[in-house]
Design a protein around this ligand. Structure first.
Ligand SMILES: [Zn+2]
Length: 101
């Protein structure tokens, strides 16, 4: 089993894990994003840009999940031994609009 990738997402230093396969997908040229919660119950939206490392692009409360759902960006599901992991493909323009809205 591949080790998951990890990322520090908040100022408290909480780390979240996501499938390393997502890094591979991003490195192969597909920008993608997912929402994930840390231990302080904050929701973080993490973007993986092609050829770049993961970045927290937005943080907020549960409302961020709803906004992320509402984007209509193509939903993808990665499945591995750890279970299902939902993410979405995005374009850089999509993200700019999301962050403005
Ligand atoms: Zn936290």
């Amino acid at each position: 089993m591949d080790q998951p990738s990890s990322l520090v997402v908040c100022q408290q230093g909480h780390t979240v894990l996501y499938p390393a396969a997502l890094d591979a997908i991003a490195n192969a040229g597909t920008d993608l994003a997912f929402c994930i919660q840390c231990n302080c119950q904050q929701v973080h939206m993490v973007a993986l840009f092609a050829g770049d490392g993961p970045r927290v692009v937005a943080s907020g409360d549960m409302d961020l999940y709803a906004r992320f759902e509402a984007t209509g960006w193509p939903e993808r599901i990665h499945t591995d031994e750890a279970g299902l992991f939902f993410y979405r493909e995005l374009g850089s323009l999509d993200l700019a609009l999301f962050l403005k809205g």
